[in-house]
Structures are given as structure tokens and as C-alpha cells.
Design a protein around this ligand. Sequence first.
Ligand SMILES: Nc1ncnc2c1ncn2[C@@H]1O[C@H](COP(=O)(O)OP(=O)(O)O)[C@@H](O)[C@H]1O
Ligand SMILES: [Mg+2]
Length: 360
Amino acid sequence: MANISIRNVSKSYGSLKVLEPFSLEIENGEFVVLVGPSGCGKSTMLKILAGLEPATEGRIIIGGREVTDLAPGDRDIAMVFQNYALYPHLTVRQNIGFGLKMRGTARAEIDRRVEDAARILEVTPYLDRKPKDLSGGQRQRVALGRAIVRQPQAFLMDEPLSNLDAKLRVHMRAEIGALHKRIGVTTVYVTHDQVEAMTMADRVVIMQDGIIQQIATPDELFNSPANLFVASFIGSPGMNFLNAELKGGRLTLFGREVTMLGATAHEGRVVVGLRPEHLLLGEAPVTFPVRPTLVESLGSEKYVYFDAEGARLNEGDEGRSKGLIARVSHSGSLSKDEDLVLGFDPERLYLFNAETEQRL
Ligand SMILES: Nc1ncnc2c1ncn2[C@@H]1O[C@H](COP(=O)(O)OP(=O)(O)O)[C@@H](O)[C@H]1O
Ligand SMILES: [Mg+2]
């Protein structure tokens, strides 16, 4: 086990800059998730950590040892990728032990480590099967087994679950979390899925266009997003945004004048963020009438879609919905085209500078 120190690492391909200088201190035993949209530089960062790509600038220290110029095999890390090609002609036992055999580890030691890993991953009954006789989840566990037997200082995982179906993904997510608790090896995990990041991470590094937007625990990201991008990326359904004008600590939302307690000295255009779960049905400090355009029932909860003056589209929402969403607890029936009253507590609002998109 080891801490990992990433110091001012940047990466360019020719004139294309894909990672701005990136610094991160990962503690021994920590589970850190790099998350962000496709193309933001997550895999590049992981490949640099693994030694599969050289950094353009900067240094990497793993367990107190500078590895910046070391080959992947000399870094004492193990990787698990999305495409975990198992050797089809080898048994599970041989697949898990393959890397150790290549390194010339003694037979008895290989057997011991493979059996330990198989027990941890609960694949002992399948040790003599071939990959084709396993389910997707079992194969993924075998791929993890190959990493575990190495007993590395750190695990690097790049979207290891994205080839699995939704249900299995949720299951494996929990299994990887449990595995990490049991063996406690420092892990850097890459995903584009904010739910995976939020549920698995001790700390999340959220990236956009090769730039770190925020490094924080899942709760901090959700409750205190640093900017509009983080606020829109974290949470499902996503945060609602409205354009408004802040004057003397007051603004108008849904036709109501709202006083922002402890508002900043900022004057002028702002973007107001309001999470769907912070819109309440009925009783609230500020209420307003709406006519839903759509109501989706999830049983004890309803998603109420509605249009409002000032609504600002989330990125990627163009053409899909121009409205806002309230996620309300309600087990009775609610229908579209029937007026209802929604409300919110002004303390739950997030304010962002409309120009810089930073939170005020
Ligand atoms: N070998 C390469 N040559 C040129 N550009 C690359 C290369 N590898 C990745 N890129 C670019 O770097 C950016 C980040 O890629 P990547 O790290 O794979 O993103 P992510 O894993 O977040 O989806 C992308 O714009 C990608 O096109
Ligand atoms: Mg990637």
C-alpha cells in the first residue's frame, strides 16, 4: 500500500493540450475517483500514472519513490481496464495466476495467492472453468483477481464496469467497494458516471477539458459545488438553473421576490441553481403555482416537469426539455394539466456568477 503524489503533471499531444498542470495527493488506502465527460483527460491521467504514457511535465511519486521515468512493470501498480480480455484457452486459475507465472513466481506461491484472491472474490467454485463458462460479472471478478494477486501498492481502474449491464454494474460497484474495504489498497478509479463516482469514492476529482474543477468528498461536491459545471454534473436529475438579476441581496424567481440571506455583495446577472429535491410540494417559505407539462411517477416519488420564466437549459438538454424538474415525495396521484403549488427555502438556492460561472 502506498500514497500517490501527482505533482504538476501536464500532457500535450503536439500542440494539443489535453491535461493542464494537475496536482493531487492521494493518501495511503484512499479510493479516489476521476470523473468527467468523455474526452476530459481521465484515461490520459491514469495512463501517465501507470507509465503507459509519458507526462509532458511533472512528477509522480508512489509510496515515496519517484516513478516518473519508470516503465509500467517497475511501478508496482496493477491495472484493470474496461476491456478485460481473459485468455479464452486458460482456466480461471491460470488466468488469475498468469501475470505471476510470467514473472517467474514459484508455483506454490502462485497457488496460494490465486486461492486467496479467489476466496476474496468468491470465484473459488469456478477456478477450473474456462472464461466462456462464466457470466459477465464472474469474468469481471477474474479480471480483478489478476490485479489482486500481484499485491500491488496501488490499483488503477479505467471504467472497469462500463461493459456490464446496468444491474450487474450496480452489483459490481458494491463488490469493488467491499473489496477495497477488505484489502485497503490505494485505488484510482476512472469513470464518466457521476453515480459511480459518488457511491464509490472517498474523494472525487471532477474534470472538464483537462482541467480539475473540484477535488472533494461526494457530500461536499453535492452540497458545495465550486462552479456551474460541477453543480450540473453531480446529481440526478440534475440541478435546475434559472437566470436572474441580483440587486441589493434580492432577486426575482418564479415571479416572487426572494431575499438572499447572507448573500454576497455581488450585483447583477446571476445563475440560480435549485436541486429538484429541494422543490417541495405545498408548504415552503416561498411558494408559486405551476401547471406541470409532465408528471412521472416512481411510486413514492414524482418527477414534476414544468416551464418557468428565466429557465436556463442544462448543457445537452437542448431539444429535449426546456423546463425544470421538481422531485417531490408524493404517493397519491398527480397529473399533468392540473395546477399545483411548489415551493422552496431560499437557503437551498445556489448562486453562480453568470460570467465566470463560479459559485458566489
Ligand atoms: N494518442 C493521442 N494522440 C492525440 N490525442 C489524444 C491521444 N490520446 C488521447 N487524446 C486526446 O486527449 C483527450 C483526452 O482523452 P482521454 O484521456 O482518453 O479522455 P477520457 O478518458 O476522459 O474520455 C481527448 O481529446 C483525446 O482525443
Ligand atoms: Mg477514457
